[in-house]
Design a protein around this ligand. Structure first.
Ligand code: GCO
Length: 255
């Protein structure tokens, strides 16, 4: 049974994993046996995250690169090719939030969120899938969605559009890559206690809304997403494709 969820011998790239949900997912995949590659935009925070993982005895390395930049992504994968590192699992987690009503939203800010939260998943998955197909051993792609993959909230239009796109991009990946034994799925986190959401946690009325809107009546913790990530990264999900699994305390299940 344990082999079903064993990631030993596999390497997982988690984008945006120097902190928050990404770091927790990298830590959880490492604890399940995977070698992990930490990514972020800043070398110092990537290095700090790698050190924290190595202190726990995990096989971890890092690379700071911009997941929205095609050349930077290609260079990263070329470097791993040269080191004999095969990326078997990709977690497209990188994401930013920018809260502003659309009538006040500059196109540049819209584009930045779309590029980081959606386009980067295409760029990274394309580089990874090309190699997975060439190796003939299949692979795993896990895209990070959101409650906003299903429903919209005012003031977060680009994030919502991107996360809705993540749900459908995941299905598109399945349509083209399932035949190569690549399972592309998504995780839809509910409201999770992260730095990105701290302003919301600190807002008493928003905090009350989150707690009253899900039957668990609380915010989720980043580590509560790990089990679903390990499942989707493991042989246990070998016939699961194009799905989005919500880890939301029951939010989307109730009226
Ligand atoms: C917001 C939050 C949400 C959460 C999460 C919910 O401003 O509403 O940032 O987007 O982060 O995506 O699933």
């Amino acid at each position: 049974m344990t082999k079903l969820f064993d990631l030993s011998g596999r390497t997982a790239l988690v984008t945006g994993s120097a902190r928050g949900i990404g770091y927790s997912l990298a830590e959880g995949l490492a604890a399940a046996g995977a070698g992990v590659i930490v990514n972020g935009t800043k070398a110092d925070t990537v290095d700090a995250a790698v050190s924290r993982l190595r202190e726990q005895g995990f096989d971890a390395r890092g690379r700071a690169f911009d997941v929205t930049d095609e050349q930077s992504v290609a260079a990263a994968f070329a470097a791993w090719d040269a080191e004999g590192i095969d990326v078997d699992i990709v977690v497209n987690n990188a994401g930013i939030q920018f809260r502003k009503p659309m009538l006040e939203l500059a196109l540049a800010d819209w584009q930045r969120v779309i590029d980081t939260n959606l386009t980067s998943a295409f760029i990274v998955a394309k580089e990874a899938a090309r190699r997975m197909i060439a190796r003939g051993r299949g692979g795993k792609i896990i895209n990070i969605g959101s409650l906003t993959s299903e429903g919209a909230r005012a003031t977060v239009a680009p994030y919502t559009a991107a996360k809705g796109g993540i749900k459908m991009l995941t299905r598109a990946m399945s349509a083209e890559w399932a035949v190569h034994d690549i399972q592309a799925n998504a995780i839809g986190p509910g409201y999770i206690l992260t730095d990105m959401n701290q302003a919301l946690v600190d807002n008493a009325s928003f905090d009350a809304w989150v707690k009253s809107s899900n039957p668990s009546q609380r915010w989720g913790k980043p580590e509560e997403l790990v089990g679903t990530a390990v499942y989707l990264a493991s042989p246990a999900s070998s016939y699961v494709n194009g799905q989005i699994i919500y880890v939301d305390g029951g939010w989307l299940a109730v009226l």
